[in-house]
Design a binder for this molecule. Structure first.
Ligand SMILES: Cc1cc2nc3c(=O)[nH]c(=O)nc-3n(C[C@H](O)[C@H](O)[C@H](O)COP(=O)(O)OP(=O)(O)OC[C@H]3O[C@@H](n4cnc5c(N)ncnc54)[C@H](O)[C@@H]3O)c2cc1C
Length: 440
C-alpha cells in the first residue's frame, strides 16, 4: 500500500513524486517510457521554471550541462525588445502562489528533455520514491466510487497491481487517468499552432531569441551538446501546406520571420537531427481532483507551446499538489480542505487570464497596429519591457500589465516614437500580405 501512485514520470510526475517522497511519503511513480528519452516538446525554461529546479536543489545539475542566459530577445515585426525578469516580480510570484520566495534565480535555459527528465527521475528515486519505467497503466482500480490503485503491464508482458491512498495523473495531454475517469475537457480552444523544430550546430548567437512576423514565428535558443534549438511555428490552418515540404518550408519560414536568422541557419548551421513536429496542441482544461485522484501538468491543463510554459506549469502543479497532498496525508487537513486549497490556487483569476492569453496568441493573428505601437513604446522603457516579458511568461499577472491606465501611458509614448518604424510605413498593405499563406 503506497501513499501515492504517480502515473507519468516527467516534469509533472517525477517532480510530484520527488516532493512527496522528500516529505516522507511512500510513493510509486510509473512511466511507460524508459529514461533518458525525449518527448514531443521543445524545452525553454523561463526564470520561474529555473527557480523551481533551484528550490528543489537540482539546478546545478542542469546548468552544469546546459547554457544559461539572463536576458531574452523578443522581436515582433522587427521591433526588438531585450529584457529579463526582475527579481522582485519573481519573488512576488513565489510568495503569492507558494507562500515563500526561496531559491529565486533570474536565468533562462533550454534543456533537452532527455537531460532534464532523467535528472528529475533520478532525484525522485534518490528521495525514496520507487520508480518503475517501461510499464503502462491500463486500468484504475475503483472501489465505492473512489480510485484506490492501478493495474498495468510491463514491456516484458508481466502484469502488476498496486494500491495507494491517492493516484496522481501526471500522464500528459492524452492522460490515461483522465480517460479512465471519463473526465470531459472544457474551455477547449481548438485554434492552435503547428510547430516544427530541430537542432543545429555551427553558430553561437548568445541569449535566446523569439521572433514573430505576421502569422509566423521562430525561436533560436542555445541548448545542450553545443547545439541550438531552432523552432518555427504558425497557424494550424496553414499546416497542410507547410507539411508538403517540411525542410524547405522550415527554411522559408525562418527567412520570412527573420532574414538574419534564416541566413545564419542556412549558411553556418549543420542540422544534427531530423525535424520534429506536431499539430496536437489545442488548449483545454479538465477537472483537477476527485475521490482518490488528482491531476497535474498537461493532464489537467494543456495549452499551445507558443509561450513555452507547459514544463514550468508542470513544476508549479507539482509543488502545489504535493503540498496539498502532504497536508491531507499527515492529517493536517481533511482531503476536502486540502484539495479545495489546491483548486483555489490553480483556478485563480490570474490562471484564467493567462490561459486566455496563451490561447488567443496561439490563433496567430498578425499583431494589430496598436499592439505594435505598444511594442515600440516599450523600447524606451526597460522597466515596462521587463514587466511585459514577465507577463508573457506568467510571472506577473496579465491584468496588471494590460490594465487601462498602463496602456494609456504607453500609448502616449508610442505616438511619439512609432512614426519612423518601417512596419508602419505601409501598414494596410503589410497587413493584407500577412493573411496570405506563405506555403500555398
Ligand atoms: C511542440 C511543443 C513544444 C513545447 N515547448 C515547450 C517549451 O519550450 N517550454 C515549456 O515549458 N513547455 C513546452 N511545451 C509543453 C510541455 O512539453 C508540456 O507542458 C510538458 O511536457 C508537460 O509535462 P507533463 O509531465 O505533464 O507531461 P508529459 O511530459 O507529456 O509526460 C507524461 C508522461 O506520462 C507517461 N504516460 C502516459 N500514459 C501513461 C500510462 N498509461 N502509463 C504509464 N505512463 C504513461 C508518458 O510516457 C510520459 O512520459 C511544448 C509542447 C509542445 C507540444
Amino acid at each position: 500500500m503506497y501513499d501515492a501512485i504517480v502515473v507519468g514520470a516527467r516534469c509533472a510526475g517525477a517532480s510530484t513524486a520527488l516532493l512527496l517522497a522528500r516529505r516522507g511519503h511512500r510513493v510509486l511513480v510509473v512511466d511507460r517510457s524508459s529514461f533518458p528519452s525525449d518527448v514531443i516538446s521543445t524545452h525553454f525554461l523561463w526564470p520561474h521554471g529555473m527557480s523551481y529546479l533551484n528550490r528543489w536543489g537540482l539546478l546545478d545539475q542542469v546548468t552544469a550541462v546546459t547554457p544559461t542566459h539572463e536576458s531574452v530577445d523578443v522581436v515582433n515585426d522587427g521591433i526588438r525588445l531585450t529584457g529579463s525578469v526582475p527579481t522582485e516580480l519573481l519573488r512576488e510570484y513565489f510568495r503569492d502562489l507558494h507562500g515563500d520566495d526561496s531559491g529565486v534565480v533570474r536565468s533562462f535555459a533550454s534543456v533537452r528533455r532527455r537531460v532534464l527528465d532523467q535528472i528529475l527521475v533520478e532525484a525522485a528515486a534518490k528521495a525514496g520514491a520507487e520508480v518503475r519505467t517501461n510499464v503502462t497503466v491500463r486500468e484504475l482500480i475503483i472501489e465505492d466510487g473512489r480510485v484506490v490503485g492501478v493495474r498495468g503491464r510491463a514491456a516484458g508482458g508481466e502484469t502488476f497491481e498496486d494500491r495507494a491512498r491517492v493516484v496522481v495523473g501526471a500522464d500528459g495531454r492524452n492522460s490515461f487517468v483522465a480517460r479512465a475517469l471519463d473526465l470531459p475537457k472544457y474551455d477547449e480552444r481548438p485554434r492552435c499552432t503547428f510547430a516544427y523544430w530541430s537542432y543545429f550546430s555551427g553558430f553561437d548567437l548568445g541569449p535566446g531569441q523569439i521572433h514573430r512576423r505576421g502569422r509566423l514565428a521562430c525561436a533560436v535558443v542555445p541548448t545542450n551538446f553545443e547545439q541550438n534549438m531552432v523552432l518555427v511555428w504558425g497557424p494550424s490552418d496553414w499546416s497542410r501546406e507547410f507539411r508538403a515540404d517540411v525542410p524547405g518550408n522550415f527554411q522559408k519560414a525562418l527567412d520570412f520571420v527573420s532574414p538574419e536568422l534564416g541566413e545564419v541557419v542556412r549558411t553556418r548551421g549543420t542540422r544534427e537531427e531530423r525535424i520534429y513536429g506536431t499539430l496536437d496542441q489545442s488548449g483545454f482544461l479538465r477537472q483537477l481532483h476527485g475521490p482518490g485522484w488528482v491531476l497535474v501538468g498537461d493532464a489537467e491543463s494543456s495549452k499551445d507551446q507558443c509561450t513555452a510554459i507547459g514544463m514550468t506549469h508542470a513544476f508549479r502543479d507539482a509543488e502545489l499538489a504535493s503540498a496539498a497532498l502532504d497536508r491531507w496525508l499527515t492529517g493536517d487537513a481533511s482531503v476536502e480542505e486540502a484539495m479545495t486549497a489546491y483548486e483555489g490556487r490553480r483556478r485563480s483569476q490570474n490562471a484564467a487570464a493567462y490561459y486566455d492569453y496563451v490561447c488567443t496568441l496561439a490563433e496567430m493573428r498578425p499583431y494589430r497596429h496598436d499592439e505594435l505601437q505598444l511594442f515600440v513604446a516599450l523600447r524606451g522603457n526597460q522597466q515596462e519591457t521587463d514587466r511585459f516579458i514577465a507577463t508573457h511568461a506568467d510571472i506577473a499577472p496579465v491584468s496588471e500589465f494590460f490594465q487601462a491606465s498602463n496602456l494609456f501611458l504607453l500609448n502616449d509614448a508610442a505616438k511619439e516614437s512609432s512614426a519612423d518604424h518601417p512596419v508602419f510605413e505601409n501598414f494596410a498593405e503589410t497587413s493584407r500580405s500577412y493573411q496570405q499563406n506563405l506555403f500555398a
